[in-house]
Design a protein. Structure first.
Length: 57
């Protein structure tokens, strides 16, 4: 017995270059995110930045 050929349909997914948004949430409200991170963990930021600023100066 021979094999019967099977017809297959190919599904191709593509994005339009006009509808792409490159990481929209990354740069949205960046200063607000930085200030929130600093205010929530100011002790860790101080212990990290203190020696760096002291060494630089």
């Amino acid at each position: 017995m021979g094999k019967q050929p099977v017809r297959m349909k190919a599904v191709v997914y593509a994005l339009s270059p006009f509808q792409q948004k490159v990481m929209p949430g990354l740069l949205k409200d960046l200063p607000g995110k930085i200030s929130h991170k600093f205010s929530s963990s100011w002790m860790g930021a101080t212990l990290l930045l203190g020696p760096l600023v002291g060494t630089y100066s």
